[in-house]
Write a protein that binds this ligand. Structure first.
Ligand SMILES: CC(=O)NCC[C@H](N)C(=O)O
Length: 127
């Protein structure tokens, strides 16, 4: 059994900060459970272009408000506490935080813990 707290992760290499989001990676590939789980903060007033070509991501909002736009379709979905979205089609998207948003993110395959987006908004597969 694994027991961990957010406090255990904050300030470590698995607490990754970027100009538009910060991600505290609580559960990682090395834990061997088949997915990773992140407590992510989307910064207020930001827009991030993301394209997880190599991963499925499920995102559950627990705080704040914003929206997600599917690039190409132009469809925009509002996000508020209680909203789940799942990028099961590897959709390229624009994530906007109207306010600061706190999101619980699950990745399959799991992240190793230090990933940041490349120029396409993608995380690599790290073996
Ligand atoms: C919601 C989202 O995709 N935010 C970007 C960071 C990513 N979810 C992560 O936690 O690594």
């Amino acid at each position: 059994m694994i027991v961990r707290t957010l406090t255990d992760v904050i300030g470590t290499e698995h607490d990754v900060d970027t100009p538009t989001w910060s991600s505290r990676r609580l559960l990682l590939k090395k834990d061997g459970v088949g997915f990773s789980l992140h407590d992510t903060v989307i910064k207020a007033g930001t827009e991030t272009e993301i394209w997880y070509k190599n991963h499925i991501e499920a995102v559950y909002c627990i705080e704040g408000r914003g929206e997600i736009e599917v690039v190409g379709e132009g469809t925009v979905y509002p996000i508020e506490p209680g909203t789940l979205y799942v990028l099961d089609g590897h959709e390229k998207h624009l994530l906007r935080g109207a306010t600061q948003m706190r999101m619980i993110c699950v990745f399959n395959p799991p992240c190793t813990g230090t990933e940041v987006h490349d120029e396409e908004g993608t995380y690599p597969i790290i073996d």
